[in-house]
Write a protein that binds this ligand. Structure first.
Ligand code: PMP
Length: 414
């Protein structure tokens, strides 16, 4: 063993721990509402038809191989990825003020963002300045540990009011106003994880104005584009408004983009990191890309090729792009349908409490309001698994289990 080194045992990751317990559970009617991965009407993983078509094209193309990609990734992929999130008509793309680099999905993109902030985000007049990253309370549990592993401190801003199942918008804006100038604000671009509740357009305007007025740096984490409404454009509204409206002045905008969910390419690790500069500056563009490339080179040498090739084929083949847009509607509308059915069942059973928040929330998750002891009981007595904090991945519901889940919730609540 390692001489003189104390290596404490850590508990398993909560979400991957749920996955392990679920795999061990032999009950036939078990239900997985844990990890955010889309499932079809039969509870099975779904390979998107657009992905199947792109894979077919890829496998039959003359230059299909498994060579290394460049350090900064597949250029066709990163360029198209920027258009998906910023919009084909984005002023930032037209003015050539976007630096894009391929990442290990959304997590790798956040890690690049954190490393980049830690190394380069400074104030001219204050050498000791180190930015703190503000994350929503609650947020995706991995955010804190990603940023702390990059050497950054994190703190929380008020977001979710458990009692009213609404945003604490006034306290949220107040926290922005009170944060030290130059703080980093992590914003969920769409389909907030875990609450499923995004700010409304008027609320986004208040949030963005406060960030802009107080000289903070916005960091958009976009892991679910297309899952909220089924429309790529609608789900990117806040980010595009922040860039294109001309109403705000940011020191830059950082964008972490994942294709894990919206292409169903979870394990292939397809993503990108974009830095949007306030104005065109060739030298700065090139310097940023060189520094990001150095980080990538030292950490992963070069990003994975397969998923990026598949996604870039979808994005550059009009027929496949159309199919992908249909696939997004298939996924988002099935989830919306299951939300409705769950609420109808709970209301039919007369389950105590109000359940409308389940249909008001959007995207992959519902923050149900179930308590840790209730979720434990669901797992123990009913083989229904979800996060301890009551976050349910609605994609795990289907016509075959929704009644069973509603009845179980009804039982544990009474
Ligand atoms: N951000 C948020 C809010 C997420 O929920 C996720 C996925 N659970 C990610 C980023 C990144 O996921 P991935 O690394 O699989 O792209």
């Amino acid at each position: 063993g390692f001489y003189h080194v104390n290596i404490p045992q850590l508990p398993p990751d909560p979400l991957f721990g749920i996955k392990a317990s679920l795999a061990k559970d032999t009950r036939e009617n078990k239900v997985d509402l844990g990890i955010g991965a889309y499932r079809d009407d039969h509870g099975k993983p779904w390979i998107l038809p657009s992905v199947k078509l792109a894979e077919d094209l890829l496998h039959h193309s003359a230059d299909y191989n498994h060579e290394y990609l460049p350090i900064s990734g597949l250029k066709k992929f990163t360029e198209e990825a920027a258009k998906v999130i910023l919009g084909e008509e984005s002023s930032a793309i037209k003015e050539d003020r976007v630096v894009s680099i391929q990442s290990l999905s959304g997590t790798g993109s956040l890690h690049l963002a954190g490393t980049f902030i830690n190394k380069f985000y400074r104030k001219k007049d204050d050498a000791s300045f180190r930015a703190v990253v503000y994350v929503s309370d609650p947020t995706w549990s991995n955010h804190m540990q990603i940023f702390s592993s990059c050497g950054l401190a994190t703190t929380k801003y008020p977001y979710w009011n458990d009692a009213t199942k609404q945003l604490k918008i006034d306290q949220y804006v107040q926290a922005i106003e009170q944060a030290p100038k130059g703080s980093v604000f992590l914003l969920h671009a769409t389909a907030h994880n875990p609450t499923g509740m995004d700010p409304k357009p008027e609320e986004w305007k208040r949030i963005l104005k406060a960030i802009s007025d107080n000289g903070h740096l916005p960091l958009f984490d976009c892991a679910y584009q297309g899952f909220t409404t089924g429309s790529l454009a609608k789900d990117a509204w806040a980010l595009r408004h922040a860039i294109d409206s001309g109403d705000y002045h940011f020191p830059g905008i950082l964008v972490c983009q994942s294709f894990a969910k919206n292409c169903g390419m979870y394990g292939e690790r397809v993503g990108a990191f974009h830095v949007v500069l306030p104005e065109h500056d060739d030298a700065l563009n090139s310097a940023i890309l060189s520094q990001l490339s150095k980080i990538v080179r030292s950490e992963i040498s070069n990003p994975p090729g397969y998923g990026a090739k598949v996604v870039s084929l979808i994005l550059t083949t009009p027929q496949l792009k159309k199919q992908w847009e249909r696939d997004l509607i298939t996924m988002s509308s099935r989830i919306m349908g299951m939300r409705k059915q769950l609420v109808v069942e709970l209301q039919r059973l007369g389950t105590p409490g109000s359940w409308n928040h389940i249909t008001e929330q959007k995207g992959m998750f519902s923050y149900t309001g179930l308590t840790p002891s209730q979720t434990e009981k669901l797992a123990h007595d009913y083989a229904i698994y979800m996060s301890k904090n009551g976050r349910a991945s609605i994609a795990g519901l289907n016509p075959g289990n929704v009644k069973y889940v509603a009845k179980a919730i009804d039982d544990v609540i009474r």
